[in-house]
Design a protein around this ligand. Structure first.
Ligand code: GLC
Length: 434
């Protein structure tokens, strides 16, 4: 009897201990499950792995938050459309959205973004970031986005080929055209100049640089005037068309090029010049890339008597108006973390992004990887805006549609710009009722 009772006692004691452990483990996991917040974020394709790296770092530092990244298509228009569709249904499949600077007026005016004024100090933002990236995060006095990246169009060139031929980097449209004509050899796969020529926002960004550099403008949101049917406007469209058919320095392939296609074309050694954003520098200089170490970058080209213009681009996280309220603190935390100095610096290193914080451009380590950041900061201080208006999505589609019609020779440059102006004026009138 005694041994039996003794073993029973031991089992009973072990049972109590195990019971306690079980209660403890169940309690702990219920507690952490209850505490773990999952937030979703709509981003572009994570081609460099940068976004996933940031999420891993963030989750290590914030074990109670899980960030689910949803990678949308490359084109900014297509992702804006995805976000608009979800917001029209008052749903939040994307608690956070990696938000293009040009989406703020339309999305904020429609009430699809959460104002962040309670969570951000606007003066501190202005003290740390390029002014345009903060201005571009504000709509009617409220902040809707944490700026993390600026952007400005640049001209990339093959330093080696220019040096061999005794050419300086081009200043004017004519310089670029004549240098490209002399250096290219299309029969052997080397073209003169490529850019973003597909029918989307990227084409408009490039075209506006040449339009402004030619003395023209599209739409002035202050006066609500459309000026694209001016001789300068028609002249800029003619230049684009002539690149393909008259000067023959641009292959027809550009009609399907977005940023990535044009980058690959250039970095595979297939063109002398490229118009693209600053991110190309680091990626085209990776050791396994054919043109690594052979490229230069400079501000845009322009007409004689004019000056170079760079379209202001840029990105940062915004938060959906339809997010569940208990998720807001986690979403704000992630948006701010993503825009912190540490992460912006990492974004330069891994993804070649042009950070929105000025101090990054003076960081000795960054200047070692990206020597052109020394002059890029000046370009970023002097960018020009696409019209900041709630109807930009319509105006942008109209512009890209008619540019394409001219570039495939369905319309002459004059016809294309006249139609563009007519439709743009109609869109302005419909929205403002004037
Ligand atoms: C870049 C810019 C963005 C622009 C887009 C067009 O990502 O930062 O502002 O809309 O290119 O393709």
């Amino acid at each position: 009897m005694i041994p039996l009772r003794k073993s029973f006692k031991i089992h009973w004691q072990i049972g109590i201990v195990l019971g306690f452990c079980l209660v403890f483990v169940i309690g702990l996991s219920t507690f952490s499950l209850a505490e773990k917040t999952t937030i979703t974020a709509l981003i572009g394709p994570d081609t460099t792995g940068f976004d996933h790296t940031v999420v891993n770092l963030f989750e290590k530092e914030n074990p109670n938050i899980h960030v689910e990244l949803i990678e949308g298509p490359h084109s900014t228009d297509a992702r804006e459309e995805m976000y608009i569709r979800a917001s029209e249904a008052k749903e939040s499949p994307y608690d956070l959205v990696w938000c293009d600077i040009i989406w703020i007026p339309p999305l904020a005016a429609k009430g699809y973004l959460l104002p962040l004024d309670n969570y951000l100090d606007i003066n501190q933002l202005y003290a740390q970031h390029f002014k345009a990236t903060v201005d571009g995060s504000v709509w009617k006095g409220k902040v809707y986005r944490v700026p993390a990246m600026s952007d400005a169009g640049l001209i990339y060139y093959r330093k080696d080929l220019l040096a061999k031929g005794g050419f300086s980097p081009p200043e004017t449209f004519d310089d670029l055209i004549s240098t490209a004509q002399k250096l290219q050899d299309p029969a052997r796969g080397l073209w003169g100049f490529v850019f973003q020529g597909a029918e989307y926002e990227g084409l408009d960004c490039f075209y506006l640089e040449w339009l402004w550099g030619n003395g023209g403008y599209y739409y002035d949101p202050k006066t609500r005037k459309v000026g694209i049917d001016s001789p300068e406007g028609i002249g800029a469209t003619k230049l684009l068309v002539d690149l393909i058919y008259k000067y023959k320095i641009t292959p027809k392939d550009v009609l399907a090029f977005q940023e990535e296609e044009s980058r690959h074309f250039f970095q595979n050694g297939k063109s002398v010049f490229l118009r693209n954003w600053p991110y190309v520098w680091i990626l085209a200089n990776k050791p396994d890339v054919p043109v690594a170490g052979k490229i230069g970058a400079k501000p845009e080209v322009y007409a004689p008597g004019q000056k170079p213009y760079a379209t202001q681009g840029g990105w940062g996280f915004a938060i959906s108006k339809f997010i569940e309220s208990e998720k807001i603190p986690a979403a704000v935390k992630f948006a701010r973390y993503h825009a912190s100095y540490k992460i912006q610096k990492l974004s330069v290193k891994i993804a070649g992004r042009d950070a929105s914080m000025r101090a990054i451009y003076y960081d000795p380590e960054v200047l070692k990887w990206n020597p052109h950041f020394a002059w890029l900061r000046d370009v970023l201080e002097h960018t020009r805006w696409r019209p900041a208006t709630p109807i930009w999505p319509e105006l942008s589609d109209i512009m890209a549609k008619y540019l394409h019609k001219a570039m495939i020779k369905e319309l002459t440059p004059e016809e294309a710009n006249k139609e563009m102006a007519k439709e743009a004026r109609r869109a302005v009138k419909e929205y403002w009722g004037e």
